[in-house]
Design a protein around this ligand. Structure first.
Ligand code: PMP
Length: 375
């Protein structure tokens, strides 16, 4: 073949993305400190991504260091040791556990594993931003049900939205970004009303931060309703966001399907070992979580005293509903103060609860804004 023949390819031909992909919103990452800010020693408070502000648990860091010496090897693809440890922790069997690269990775497998093109997935809105992206990517239809006036799930409206195409319902408790949990009684009534061939995913990414009894006993519901799937993560309270490991608890045939659709070796040995060590360090984790809960209460009380209206949050974050005008002013004020928060167009801002000094900076910015508004 001559070079002329190679150049003869039609100019207009080029690879194209599927419409479902080109129509997706681009993920907007939480703002991070720029290298200029870092080198200028600017003290940036990263409160936009609900990460733990604590360094990894010492036992997890030690497990990673130890596993790092075996990086030339693939990890255990079936994650047997980790699945058994999770199963022991929750009182289920390893056959009912599937792990993945973060709970968002597991959720992608759930939707891809259950939905054909045109099937429907119902979720509350606003909720976790990845939900519509994962649903649309799978070629399924996202059915968003507005939150109720108290910033919680409108379960009655969600039940009414079920059609014969509904395959999955996503419930987020406590809800990201509003922090409002779903009570056990309401969730059980919902499960009674929903067809048993619909998978009801209870996303509990922030469950460790919730006060006992504020949300559902999801394991009890799972035992009573085999169409329940519990989704949890090591990214938040356990402080392993950067290692990517989360899991689902589901009926053995669903869990087996998730394991079959997993990207091979997506959960590294470092992540598996760190997750095991973190479960073993439950007491230390609980001390950290309870410090965040105390800070959450302190901040909520101070903000209410300043005049802000808040719904009680059970996550490691606070939610301030704000129209776009107020939202813009708040984001600018936080930005100027070197504090990164998450802004949601048309809805409000979410602020991660962190160490007392960062939280005080947040309180100060919000107090200034109230004083300005009253002036
Ligand atoms: N679910 C909810 C509600 C979340 O807020 C997040 C993270 N922001 C996740 C799942 C995913 O977390 P990860 O993939 O790190 O486990």
């Amino acid at each position: 073949m001559t070079s002329d023949q190679i150049l003869a390819a039609p100019e207009s031909a080029h690879p194209t993305l599927r419409a479902a992909v080109s129509g997706l919103p681009s993920y907007v990452p939480g703002r991070r400190a720029s290298s200029a800010e870092r080198s200028a020693g600017v003290d940036i408070a990263a409160l936009a991504s609900n990460e733990s502000h604590y360094e990894p648990l010492p036992a997890a860091a030690a497990a990673v260091a130890e596993a790092a010496g075996r990086m030339n090897r693939y990890p255990d693809m079936a994650a047997v040791e980790l699945r058994e440890r999770i199963a022991g922790h929750l009182g289920v069997t390893a056959a009912e556990v599937a792990v993945g690269p973060g709970s968002v990775g597991v959720l992608q497998q759930i939707i891809a594993g259950l939905c054909d093109a045109g099937d429907e997935v119902i979720f509350a809105w606003r909720s976790f931003e990845a939900y519509p992206i994962l649903v649309e990517l799978a070629g399924a239809r996202a059915v968003r049900i507005p939150l109720d006036a108290a910033e919680g799930h409108d379960l009655e409206a969600m039940a009414e939205a079920v059609t014969e195409r509904t395959k999955v319902i996503l419930l987020c408790t406590p809800n990201n970004p509003t922090g409002v949990p779903i009570s056990h009684g309401r969730l059980e009534a919902f499960l009674r009303s929903v067809r048993s061939d619909i998978l009801v995913v209870i996303d509990e990414a922030y469950v460790e931060y919730a006060e006992a009894g504020s949300g559902p006993d999801s394991l009890a519901l799972y035992r009573g309703y085999p169409n329940v799937c519990i989704l949890r993560t090591f990214s938040k309270a356990y402080g392993l966001a950067g290692l990517r490991v989360g899991y689902a608890v589901a009926a053995p045939e669903i869990a087996e399907g998730l394991r079959r659709t997993a990207i091979p070796f997506a959960v590294t040995a470092l992540a598996q070992q760190a997750a095991i060590a973190s479960l073993d360090a439950a007491e230390e984790m609980e001390l950290r979580v309870s410090a965040v809960r105390d800070e959450r209460s302190r901040m909520a009380a101070r903000l209410e005293a300043q005049g802000w209206t808040l719904q009680p949050s059970q996550g490691n974050f606070l939610w301030i509903r704000a129209d776009d005008g107020l939202r813009g002013r708040l984001v600018a004020a936080f930005d100027q103060a070197g504090i990164m928060v998450r802004a949601y167009q048309g809805d409000g801002i979410r602020i991660t609860v962190a160490d007392p000094a960062s939280n005080d900076r947040v309180l100060q910015v919000l107090e200034t804004k109230v004083l300005e508004a009253r002036a």
